[in-house]
Ligand binder design. Structure first.
Ligand code: DAH
Length: 339
Protein backbone atom coordinates (compact mmCIF):
# COMPACT_ATOMS: atom_id res chain seq x y z
CA UNK A 1 0.00 0.00 0.00
CA UNK A 2 2.90 2.28 0.71
CA UNK A 3 4.06 1.83 -2.90
CA UNK A 4 0.57 2.59 -4.12
CA UNK A 5 0.48 5.87 -2.21
CA UNK A 6 3.97 6.81 -3.41
CA UNK A 7 2.89 6.08 -6.96
CA UNK A 8 -0.17 8.32 -6.57
CA UNK A 9 2.07 11.07 -5.19
CA UNK A 10 4.50 10.81 -8.10
CA UNK A 11 1.79 10.71 -10.76
CA UNK A 12 -0.19 13.54 -9.18
CA UNK A 13 2.88 15.79 -8.93
CA UNK A 14 3.69 15.19 -12.58
CA UNK A 15 0.15 15.89 -13.64
CA UNK A 16 -0.14 19.03 -11.55
CA UNK A 17 2.99 20.40 -13.19
CA UNK A 18 1.40 20.05 -16.63
CA UNK A 19 -1.92 21.69 -15.78
CA UNK A 20 -2.76 24.67 -18.06
CA UNK A 21 -6.23 25.83 -17.10
CA UNK A 22 -8.63 26.16 -14.19
CA UNK A 23 -10.88 23.46 -15.61
CA UNK A 24 -7.97 21.01 -15.91
CA UNK A 25 -6.96 21.86 -12.37
CA UNK A 26 -10.43 21.11 -11.05
CA UNK A 27 -10.57 17.80 -12.92
CA UNK A 28 -7.19 16.69 -11.61
CA UNK A 29 -8.08 17.70 -8.08
CA UNK A 30 -11.22 15.54 -8.23
CA UNK A 31 -9.24 12.70 -9.77
CA UNK A 32 -6.88 12.47 -6.76
CA UNK A 33 -8.52 14.14 -3.80
CA UNK A 34 -12.24 13.92 -4.64
CA UNK A 35 -14.63 11.57 -2.86
CA UNK A 36 -13.97 8.94 -5.47
CA UNK A 37 -10.40 10.08 -6.11
CA UNK A 38 -7.53 7.61 -6.10
CA UNK A 39 -5.97 8.72 -2.82
CA UNK A 40 -9.36 8.67 -1.07
CA UNK A 41 -10.07 5.22 -2.47
CA UNK A 42 -6.74 3.86 -1.27
CA UNK A 43 -7.34 5.21 2.20
CA UNK A 44 -10.68 3.47 2.34
CA UNK A 45 -8.80 0.16 2.17
CA UNK A 46 -6.83 0.89 5.33
CA UNK A 47 -9.14 -1.43 7.21
CA UNK A 48 -7.27 -4.33 5.66
CA UNK A 49 -3.96 -3.29 7.19
CA UNK A 50 -2.38 -4.66 10.30
CA UNK A 51 -2.43 -2.66 13.54
CA UNK A 52 1.29 -1.79 13.17
CA UNK A 53 1.04 -0.75 9.54
CA UNK A 54 -2.07 1.39 9.92
CA UNK A 55 -0.57 4.47 11.72
CA UNK A 56 2.46 4.48 9.43
CA UNK A 57 0.37 4.37 6.25
CA UNK A 58 -2.13 6.80 7.75
CA UNK A 59 0.62 9.30 8.47
CA UNK A 60 2.04 8.93 4.97
CA UNK A 61 -1.39 9.32 3.37
CA UNK A 62 -2.06 12.53 5.33
CA UNK A 63 1.33 13.87 4.35
CA UNK A 64 0.66 13.18 0.69
CA UNK A 65 -2.81 14.75 0.86
CA UNK A 66 -1.44 17.92 2.54
CA UNK A 67 1.33 18.16 0.06
CA UNK A 68 -0.96 17.69 -2.95
CA UNK A 69 -3.39 20.25 -1.59
CA UNK A 70 -0.59 22.74 -1.26
CA UNK A 71 0.55 22.04 -4.81
CA UNK A 72 -2.98 22.48 -6.13
CA UNK A 73 -3.31 25.82 -4.34
CA UNK A 74 -0.07 27.21 -5.67
CA UNK A 75 -0.87 25.93 -9.16
CA UNK A 76 -4.26 27.61 -8.97
CA UNK A 77 -2.64 30.93 -8.13
CA UNK A 78 -0.20 30.53 -10.99
CA UNK A 79 -2.99 29.76 -13.49
CA UNK A 80 -5.19 32.65 -12.33
CA UNK A 81 -2.25 34.97 -12.83
CA UNK A 82 -1.62 33.57 -16.33
CA UNK A 83 -5.26 33.80 -17.28
CA UNK A 84 -5.43 37.43 -16.10
CA UNK A 85 -2.32 38.24 -18.10
CA UNK A 86 -3.84 36.63 -21.19
CA UNK A 87 -7.08 38.59 -20.78
CA UNK A 88 -5.19 41.84 -20.39
CA UNK A 89 -3.33 41.10 -23.60
CA UNK A 90 -6.29 40.05 -25.71
CA UNK A 91 -9.23 42.00 -24.35
CA UNK A 92 -7.93 45.49 -24.89
CA UNK A 93 -10.56 48.10 -25.84
CA UNK A 94 -10.54 49.57 -29.30
CA UNK A 95 -10.97 53.25 -28.61
CA UNK A 96 -11.43 53.98 -32.32
CA UNK A 97 -14.67 51.94 -32.45
CA UNK A 98 -17.69 54.21 -33.05
CA UNK A 99 -19.61 54.66 -29.80
CA UNK A 100 -23.26 53.80 -29.31
CA UNK A 101 -25.33 56.92 -29.98
CA UNK A 102 -27.33 58.08 -26.99
CA UNK A 103 -30.54 59.91 -27.82
CA UNK A 104 -30.13 63.66 -27.48
CA UNK A 105 -33.10 65.85 -26.67
CA UNK A 106 -33.81 69.13 -28.43
CA UNK A 107 -33.92 72.69 -27.17
CA UNK A 108 -37.35 73.55 -25.76
CA UNK A 109 -39.22 76.07 -27.96
CA UNK A 110 -39.44 78.54 -25.05
CA UNK A 111 -35.67 78.37 -24.50
CA UNK A 112 -35.17 78.66 -28.25
CA UNK A 113 -37.15 81.90 -28.47
CA UNK A 114 -35.36 83.33 -25.42
CA UNK A 115 -31.97 82.53 -26.97
CA UNK A 116 -32.98 84.06 -30.30
CA UNK A 117 -34.27 87.24 -28.68
CA UNK A 118 -31.11 87.49 -26.55
CA UNK A 119 -28.97 87.20 -29.67
CA UNK A 120 -30.91 89.98 -31.40
CA UNK A 121 -30.61 92.38 -28.46
CA UNK A 122 -26.99 91.48 -27.68
CA UNK A 123 -26.34 92.47 -31.30
CA UNK A 124 -27.86 95.89 -30.53
CA UNK A 125 -25.57 96.39 -27.52
CA UNK A 126 -27.96 95.32 -24.74
CA UNK A 127 -26.90 93.51 -21.55
CA UNK A 128 -28.84 90.53 -20.20
CA UNK A 129 -30.06 90.94 -16.62
CA UNK A 130 -31.69 88.63 -14.15
CA UNK A 131 -33.97 89.18 -11.18
CA UNK A 132 -35.68 87.18 -8.41
CA UNK A 133 -38.89 85.26 -9.08
CA UNK A 134 -39.87 85.63 -5.42
CA UNK A 135 -40.17 89.39 -5.39
CA UNK A 136 -41.12 92.25 -3.11
CA UNK A 137 -44.39 94.06 -3.86
CA UNK A 138 -42.18 97.13 -3.54
CA UNK A 139 -40.42 96.28 -6.83
CA UNK A 140 -43.31 94.57 -8.59
CA UNK A 141 -45.77 97.42 -7.90
CA UNK A 142 -44.66 100.39 -5.78
CA UNK A 143 -41.46 101.34 -7.58
CA UNK A 144 -43.31 100.88 -10.86
CA UNK A 145 -45.88 103.54 -10.00
CA UNK A 146 -48.77 101.06 -9.64
CA UNK A 147 -51.48 102.74 -7.51
CA UNK A 148 -52.47 100.97 -4.29
CA UNK A 149 -55.81 100.00 -5.84
CA UNK A 150 -54.37 98.73 -9.14
CA UNK A 151 -56.26 95.56 -10.16
CA UNK A 152 -53.07 93.53 -10.69
CA UNK A 153 -52.36 93.85 -6.94
CA UNK A 154 -55.51 91.87 -6.28
CA UNK A 155 -55.12 88.57 -4.42
CA UNK A 156 -57.03 86.97 -7.25
CA UNK A 157 -54.46 87.98 -9.83
CA UNK A 158 -51.16 87.63 -7.99
CA UNK A 159 -49.72 84.86 -5.81
CA UNK A 160 -48.93 86.34 -2.39
CA UNK A 161 -46.41 84.68 -0.08
CA UNK A 162 -46.74 87.33 2.61
CA UNK A 163 -48.37 90.73 2.46
CA UNK A 164 -45.19 92.19 0.96
CA UNK A 165 -43.71 89.25 -0.89
CA UNK A 166 -45.14 87.70 -4.05
CA UNK A 167 -44.23 85.52 -6.99
CA UNK A 168 -43.48 88.25 -9.52
CA UNK A 169 -46.36 88.84 -11.91
CA UNK A 170 -44.14 90.44 -14.55
CA UNK A 171 -40.45 90.90 -15.37
CA UNK A 172 -40.86 94.68 -15.02
CA UNK A 173 -39.54 94.79 -11.39
CA UNK A 174 -36.09 94.03 -12.84
CA UNK A 175 -36.28 97.52 -14.44
CA UNK A 176 -36.50 99.09 -10.99
CA UNK A 177 -33.74 96.91 -9.56
CA UNK A 178 -31.37 97.75 -12.41
CA UNK A 179 -32.14 101.49 -12.28
CA UNK A 180 -31.44 101.53 -8.53
CA UNK A 181 -28.08 99.83 -9.01
CA UNK A 182 -26.72 101.27 -12.22
CA UNK A 183 -26.17 104.69 -13.64
CA UNK A 184 -27.41 105.53 -17.13
CA UNK A 185 -26.84 104.81 -19.92
CA UNK A 186 -28.75 101.57 -19.32
CA UNK A 187 -29.63 99.08 -22.07
CA UNK A 188 -30.87 95.76 -20.79
CA UNK A 189 -33.22 92.92 -21.47
CA UNK A 190 -34.37 90.46 -18.84
CA UNK A 191 -35.94 87.12 -19.73
CA UNK A 192 -37.62 85.22 -16.92
CA UNK A 193 -40.47 83.25 -15.44
CA UNK A 194 -43.54 85.06 -14.11
CA UNK A 195 -46.60 83.92 -12.18
CA UNK A 196 -50.28 84.85 -12.25
CA UNK A 197 -53.28 83.35 -10.62
CA UNK A 198 -54.85 82.21 -13.91
CA UNK A 199 -56.71 79.02 -14.75
CA UNK A 200 -54.95 76.79 -17.27
CA UNK A 201 -56.46 76.91 -20.75
CA UNK A 202 -55.29 77.05 -24.37
CA UNK A 203 -53.91 80.59 -23.98
CA UNK A 204 -53.27 80.93 -20.22
CA UNK A 205 -50.96 79.36 -17.68
CA UNK A 206 -50.23 80.41 -14.08
CA UNK A 207 -46.52 80.08 -14.88
CA UNK A 208 -45.20 81.63 -18.06
CA UNK A 209 -42.28 83.62 -19.44
CA UNK A 210 -41.66 87.22 -20.33
CA UNK A 211 -38.84 89.29 -21.72
CA UNK A 212 -38.45 92.83 -20.43
CA UNK A 213 -36.47 95.58 -22.12
CA UNK A 214 -35.25 98.90 -20.73
CA UNK A 215 -33.22 101.74 -22.21
CA UNK A 216 -32.31 104.87 -20.22
CA UNK A 217 -30.11 107.65 -21.56
CA UNK A 218 -30.17 111.31 -22.43
CA UNK A 219 -32.57 112.26 -25.23
CA UNK A 220 -34.23 108.87 -25.66
CA UNK A 221 -37.51 109.33 -27.50
CA UNK A 222 -40.56 107.40 -28.66
CA UNK A 223 -39.01 107.15 -32.13
CA UNK A 224 -36.08 105.22 -30.63
CA UNK A 225 -38.59 102.83 -29.10
CA UNK A 226 -40.40 102.38 -32.41
CA UNK A 227 -37.19 101.89 -34.37
CA UNK A 228 -35.88 99.35 -31.87
CA UNK A 229 -39.07 97.30 -31.82
CA UNK A 230 -39.40 97.40 -35.60
CA UNK A 231 -35.85 96.10 -35.94
CA UNK A 232 -36.56 93.41 -33.36
CA UNK A 233 -39.80 92.32 -35.07
CA UNK A 234 -38.10 92.00 -38.46
CA UNK A 235 -35.17 90.03 -37.05
CA UNK A 236 -37.36 87.74 -34.97
CA UNK A 237 -40.34 87.22 -37.27
CA UNK A 238 -39.06 87.97 -40.77
CA UNK A 239 -37.89 90.93 -42.84
CA UNK A 240 -41.36 91.70 -44.23
CA UNK A 241 -42.93 92.11 -40.80
CA UNK A 242 -44.68 95.45 -40.23
CA UNK A 243 -45.36 96.89 -36.78
CA UNK A 244 -48.15 99.20 -35.55
CA UNK A 245 -48.69 100.93 -32.21
CA UNK A 246 -52.00 101.42 -30.42
CA UNK A 247 -52.40 103.72 -27.39
CA UNK A 248 -52.72 101.79 -24.13
CA UNK A 249 -52.19 102.28 -20.42
CA UNK A 250 -49.50 100.93 -18.12
CA UNK A 251 -48.75 102.58 -14.77
CA UNK A 252 -44.99 102.60 -15.37
CA UNK A 253 -44.94 104.19 -18.83
CA UNK A 254 -46.31 107.46 -20.23
CA UNK A 255 -47.25 107.47 -23.03
CA UNK A 256 -47.92 103.72 -23.21
CA UNK A 257 -48.71 101.58 -26.22
CA UNK A 258 -49.37 98.07 -27.34
CA UNK A 259 -47.58 96.95 -30.47
CA UNK A 260 -48.95 94.53 -33.06
CA UNK A 261 -47.05 92.88 -35.88
CA UNK A 262 -48.42 92.05 -39.31
CA UNK A 263 -49.21 88.34 -39.44
CA UNK A 264 -46.09 86.63 -40.75
CA UNK A 265 -48.10 83.63 -41.90
CA UNK A 266 -50.56 85.41 -44.22
CA UNK A 267 -48.71 88.71 -44.51
CA UNK A 268 -51.73 90.64 -43.22
CA UNK A 269 -54.55 89.16 -45.32
CA UNK A 270 -56.08 87.26 -42.41
CA UNK A 271 -55.65 83.59 -41.54
CA UNK A 272 -56.02 81.07 -38.71
CA UNK A 273 -52.89 82.20 -36.88
CA UNK A 274 -53.99 85.87 -36.70
CA UNK A 275 -57.65 84.86 -36.36
CA UNK A 276 -58.57 86.75 -39.52
CA UNK A 277 -57.19 90.05 -38.17
CA UNK A 278 -54.03 90.34 -40.24
CA UNK A 279 -52.26 91.56 -37.05
CA UNK A 280 -50.92 89.77 -34.00
CA UNK A 281 -50.63 91.52 -30.64
CA UNK A 282 -46.96 91.42 -29.68
CA UNK A 283 -46.08 93.48 -26.62
CA UNK A 284 -46.62 96.34 -24.20
CA UNK A 285 -44.29 99.32 -24.24
CA UNK A 286 -43.90 103.01 -23.59
CA UNK A 287 -41.72 105.84 -22.31
CA UNK A 288 -40.61 105.22 -18.72
CA UNK A 289 -42.84 107.28 -16.39
CA UNK A 290 -40.99 110.16 -14.65
CA UNK A 291 -42.27 108.84 -11.29
CA UNK A 292 -40.52 105.51 -11.93
CA UNK A 293 -37.26 107.26 -12.82
CA UNK A 294 -37.51 109.39 -9.70
CA UNK A 295 -38.39 106.40 -7.48
CA UNK A 296 -35.22 104.68 -8.68
CA UNK A 297 -32.95 107.68 -8.19
CA UNK A 298 -32.72 108.87 -11.81
CA UNK A 299 -33.39 112.53 -12.60
CA UNK A 300 -36.24 112.69 -15.18
CA UNK A 301 -35.15 116.20 -16.19
CA UNK A 302 -31.83 114.80 -17.41
CA UNK A 303 -32.70 111.28 -18.50
CA UNK A 304 -35.51 109.60 -20.36
CA UNK A 305 -36.06 106.07 -21.50
CA UNK A 306 -38.31 103.46 -22.96
CA UNK A 307 -39.38 100.02 -21.81
CA UNK A 308 -41.17 97.06 -23.31
CA UNK A 309 -42.27 93.63 -22.24
CA UNK A 310 -43.73 90.62 -23.98
CA UNK A 311 -44.75 87.02 -23.40
CA UNK A 312 -42.38 84.38 -24.73
CA UNK A 313 -45.17 81.80 -25.11
CA UNK A 314 -47.13 84.20 -27.28
CA UNK A 315 -44.18 84.57 -29.65
CA UNK A 316 -43.46 80.83 -29.68
CA UNK A 317 -47.09 80.05 -30.43
CA UNK A 318 -47.32 82.61 -33.21
CA UNK A 319 -43.96 81.73 -34.72
CA UNK A 320 -44.43 77.96 -34.69
CA UNK A 321 -48.21 77.96 -35.25
CA UNK A 322 -48.92 76.31 -31.86
CA UNK A 323 -52.60 76.60 -31.04
CA UNK A 324 -52.64 75.30 -27.48
CA UNK A 325 -50.22 76.69 -24.90
CA UNK A 326 -50.49 73.54 -22.77
CA UNK A 327 -48.47 71.65 -25.38
CA UNK A 328 -45.46 73.71 -24.32
CA UNK A 329 -45.58 72.33 -20.78
CA UNK A 330 -46.63 68.72 -21.23
CA UNK A 331 -43.14 67.42 -22.03
CA UNK A 332 -44.42 65.15 -24.78
CA UNK A 333 -41.29 64.24 -26.69
CA UNK A 334 -43.25 63.74 -29.93
CA UNK A 335 -44.25 67.40 -29.78
CA UNK A 336 -40.93 68.79 -28.50
CA UNK A 337 -38.69 67.06 -31.00
CA UNK A 338 -40.25 69.06 -33.84
CA UNK A 339 -38.31 72.16 -32.81
N1 DAH B 1 -45.32 94.19 -17.57
C1 DAH B 1 -46.37 94.30 -18.56
C2 DAH B 1 -47.28 93.08 -18.44
O1 DAH B 1 -46.91 92.11 -17.86
C3 DAH B 1 -45.80 94.36 -19.94
C4 DAH B 1 -45.11 95.65 -20.19
C5 DAH B 1 -45.79 96.73 -20.69
C6 DAH B 1 -43.77 95.83 -19.89
C7 DAH B 1 -45.18 97.94 -20.94
C8 DAH B 1 -43.14 97.03 -20.11
C9 DAH B 1 -43.87 98.07 -20.64
O2 DAH B 1 -41.86 97.23 -19.85
O3 DAH B 1 -43.25 99.26 -20.87
O4 DAH B 1 -48.36 93.14 -18.95
Amino acid sequence: MKEEIEKIRKEAIEEIEKIQSTSELNETKVKYLGKKGSLTKTLKNMGNLSAEERPIIGKLANEVRDMLEEKFTSKEKEIKQQELQKRLETENIDVTEPSKKSKLGSIHPITKIIKEVEEIFLGMGYKIEDGPEVEKTYYNFDQLNAPKDHPSRDLQDTFYITENIILRSQTSPVQARVMENENPPIKIICPGTVYRSDEVDATHSPVFHQIEGLVIDKNVSMSDLKGTLEMFAKKCLGENTKIRFRPHHFPFTEPSAEADVSCFVCGGKGCKVCKGEGWIELLGCGMVHPNVLRNCGIDPDVYSGFAFGFGVERIAMAKYGIEDMRLLYENDVRFLKQF
